[in-house]
Design a protein around this ligand. Structure first.
Ligand SMILES: Cc1cc2nc3c(=O)[nH]c(=O)nc-3n(C[C@H](O)[C@H](O)[C@H](O)COP(=O)(O)OP(=O)(O)OC[C@H]3O[C@@H](n4cnc5c(N)ncnc54)[C@H](O)[C@@H]3O)c2cc1C
Length: 373
């Protein structure tokens, strides 16, 4: 019997299984889809690591988790057996002249949610030639911009592949194409449920938020960092990956519709990209993808323990990549404490939570998962 059975081989499941195996635990991983990770929200995501830009819509907990996770990504990624494109070149925020009222609104929201330490040198105003200098392709089209220099991004699919290789290297017992039902959890010292939306039965209020993205090959534009286009109706980002590939996203639509990208969304995404730079018009659409972000009612990530042998990690919403290292680090530390019987009961769990760097990650009893529908 393994020490730990991890359910779900998307972002959080792979990351947690890797860290546990690296720490010497015997780990099994169960994933309903194939080893590439194609079934996960993590496969579709743009994988931007942008805590300050996200502060426009995310509460301080997420912003701080994101900032701490950026440091942890930098430390963890070189430990993987395969290279993963990882960039800390900042985020550029632009807007068309007609939408100039959008920046002050965006900035106000960022300043409410971001800690003062992140705001210091965290937003750099660029005008005229400075925009060209930062992003030559955009200088002629945007007179004003803001650079958030501390932010980053990574290549999500390279990461999933590298984590898969790391699991093999560490002899994790991987079970691909294996769907785990709530009433038939595998035997293990501890089960860690990272099934994202697949864990709905266990999480009251867990819901999906549909997101759609386009992947485009557009040589000759040469963006060097993710760009966010502020717009009252179609806020959009374009994340340049390697080899002139761009991820253009993302819609956010209530509901768990996993059907293909709608014509309306494709028009919005691609038109906004074209308005950012006309050379996107000659780009080639490689993929149009949709998936749903696993989201709890308060839009926060959560770690929950059932008082026995199941630990659950969920609610990564639109910030999975941005916050996953800190969430995984916390989950792995708690798993270790449970396996070593340092935490034995709910009082011990409360004490653990109180001593944690991120006590708000742990679920209060009222929101703890129940085992029925
Ligand atoms: C369009 C879009 C864009 C995004 N962009 C970003 C971004 O730029 N930055 C960012 O930080 N985040 C982004 N995200 C969010 C990020 O992708 C998610 O937060 C993250 O993937 C959630 O991780 P997870 O491991 O909880 O779930 P998932 O990655 O969905 O993994 C869950 C896994 O569990 C498996 N599973 C489900 N049920 C079962 C079962 N019964 N048995 C076995 N396996 C099961 C699934 O097949 C899946 O592989 C985006 C998401 C979307 C959809």
């Amino acid at each position: 019997m393994p020490d730990v059975a991890v359910l779900g081989g998307g972002l959080s499941g792979r990351l947690i299984a890797w860290r546990l195996a690296r720490a010497g635990h015997r780990v099994a991983l169960y994933e309903q889809g194939e080893s590439s990770g194609r079934s996960a929200a993590a496969w579709v995501a743009a994988a931007m690591l942008a805590p300050l830009a996200e502060a426009a819509n995310a509460e301080p907990l997420l912003v701080e988790l994101g900032a701490a996770s950026l440091k942890r990504w930098a430390e963890w990624l070189p430990q993987l057996p395969q290279p993963v494109f990882f960039q800390r070149n900042g985020t550029l925020i632009v807007w068309h002249a007609a939408d100039r009222a959008e920046w002050p609104l965006f900035e106000q929201r960022v300043r409410v949610n971001a800690p003062v330490t992140m705001l210091h040198d965290g937003i750099v105003a660029l005008h005229g030639a400075q925009v060209t200098q930062a992003e030559p392709a955009l200088g002629m089209r945007f007179h004003d911009a803001r650079l958030l220099p501390g932010e980053g991004q990574l290549d999500n699919r390279q990461l999933l592949a590298a984590l898969g290789a790391a699991l093999d290297e560490l002899h994790v017992d991987t079970h691909w194409h294996t769907c785990v039902r709530e009433d038939a959890l595998p035997a293990a010292g501890l089960v860690i449920d990272c099934r994202g939306l697949g864990a709905k039965q266990a999480w009251p209020g867990l819901r999906g938020l549909r997101g759609e993205v386009a992947r485009v090959h557009a040589p000759g534009i040469g963006l060097s960092r993710p760009v966010r286009l502020l717009h009252p109706r179609y806020p959009l980002y374009i994340a340049p990956k390697q080899d002139d590939h761009y991820v253009i996203g993302a819609t956010e639509i209530e509901g768990e519709d996993m059907s293909p990208v709608s014509v309306r969304s494709a028009l919005e995404l691609l038109s906004a990209a074209y308005s950012l730079h006309p050379a996107f018009g000659e780009g080639r659409i490689l993929e149009l993808n949709a998936h749903c972000r696993p989201t709890l009612p308060d839009h926060r990530p959560a770690l929950s323990w059932d008082g026995a042998s199941v630990l659950r990690v969920n609610g990564l919403y639109r910030h999975g990549y941005m916050i996953a290292p800190e969430v995984a680090h916390e989950a792995v530390a708690l798993a270790h404490a449970l396996l070593e019987a340092q935490v034995r009961d709910l009082d011990g769990f409360d004490a653990w939570r109180a001593a944690s760097r991120w006590p708000m990650l742990y679920r209060a009893a009222a929101l703890q998962p129940c085992s029925t529908d």
